[in-house]
Design a protein around this ligand. Structure first.
Ligand code: CIZ
Ligand code: SF4
Length: 303
């Protein structure tokens, strides 16, 4: 099918199913173009909870569609590519977390939104990369078991030195592989550009940057900056919105490795098939959903 025909079919099916298409900032350009809203996982999940539609097509990875389902139990949530997972989220299991919790009975368990619903169900409170620092500051205990991202956890530990953060050894393979010599090289080539990175990058990269923040915070930083050039240290899909919103500014990717293979699995064809065949539906056990929702609600109360 030609691209224009696929888009037309998608629009028709969207009407027929009373559906909405949401796309993460890391999706391919074509998918972002057909989406009703683009954003980070939390903004999208909140939007899904409020929107008056029956079906949500969640263009992102598995844990994000799960978060949407946690907040929208009565809607049909579809993930267009069944095996679009997040390797970092898979680095912590519910069983391993239960074992670790036994070692630190006084610690509050803070889990990054990049985790499965099962893992969330064993946590006290969730966080995103936008609010991780504020959430950790707000929890009462000094000891915090932070799962699963060691790099975001290290960043938070640096920003909130009064807390004792116990790290988990997870990481995002896409952000973790950015090397300091890549940063130095691009800085030499573009000496006037501001370096904006995601805190999923390793601490030496975050330390050498001008700003570290979530996708939303990077987008907001650029929107409010008078600078003209930016080196972007997060998944390349974000360039779509950055360029669209700021046609006069220039963007360079910090590393050619900043491509998340799982985020790139969803194509226009997969969105079409998702709507045509109503797949792949996210379903959660109610016990897990309610416990995971508690961790998300705790976060929403504080942020
Ligand atoms: O929460 C999200 O959507 C992720 C994974 C990253 C970000 O910074 O927005
Ligand atoms: Fe997971 Fe990293 Fe891909 Fe985000 S960019 S979905 S953290 S692997």
């Amino acid at each position: 099918m030609k691209t224009n025909n696929i888009i037309k079919e998608i629009q028709e099916l969207k009407e027929k199913r009373n559906a909405v298409i949401v796309a993460h900032n890391y999706q391919i350009d074509e998918v972002q173009e057909v989406a009703d809203i683009i954003g980070d996982s939390l903004a999208l999940s909140k939007y899904c909870a409020d929107v008056e539609k029956d079906v949500i097509v969640f263009c992102g990875v598995h844990f994000m569609a799960e978060s949407a389902k946690i907040l929208s139990p009565d809607k049909t949530v579809l993930l267009p590519e069944m095996d679009a997972g997040c390797p970092m989220a898979d680095m912590v299991t519910k069983e391993a977390l239960i074992e670790q919790k036994k070692k630190y009975p006084n610690a509050t368990v803070v889990c990054y939104i990049n985790s499965s619903a099962e893992v969330k169900s064993e946590c006290d409170i969730c966080c995103t990369s936008s609010n991780a620092v504020d959430i950790v500051k707000a929890v009462k205990s000094k000891d915090i078991l932070f799962v699963p991202d060691q790099n975001l956890g290290s960043y938070v530990a640096k920003m909130v030195p009064e807390k004792n953060i116990i790290l988990w050894e997870g990481y995002c393979s896409t952000h973790h592989r950015v090397k300091i010599d890549e940063l130095q090289k691009v800085k030499e080539l573009k000496p006037n550009a501001k370096i904006l990175v995601h805190p999923e990058c390793q601490p030496n990269i975050v330390d050498a940057s001008d700003f570290a923040g979530s996708t939303k915070q990077i987008i907001d930083y650029v929107a409010h900056s008078t600078q003209q050039e930016f080196i972007i240290g997060t998944e390349m899909g974000i360039l779509f919105k950055l360029k669209k919103d700021n046609p006069d500014k220039k963007f360079y990717l910090l590393s050619q490795g900043l491509v998340c293979p799982n985020m790139k699995k969803t194509s226009l064809l997969s969105v079409y098939r998702s709507l045509a065949d109503m797949k792949y539906e996210i379903n959660l056990k109610n016990t897990i959903r309610l416990k995971a929702k508690k961790a998300l609600d705790e976060m929403l109360k504080l942020s």
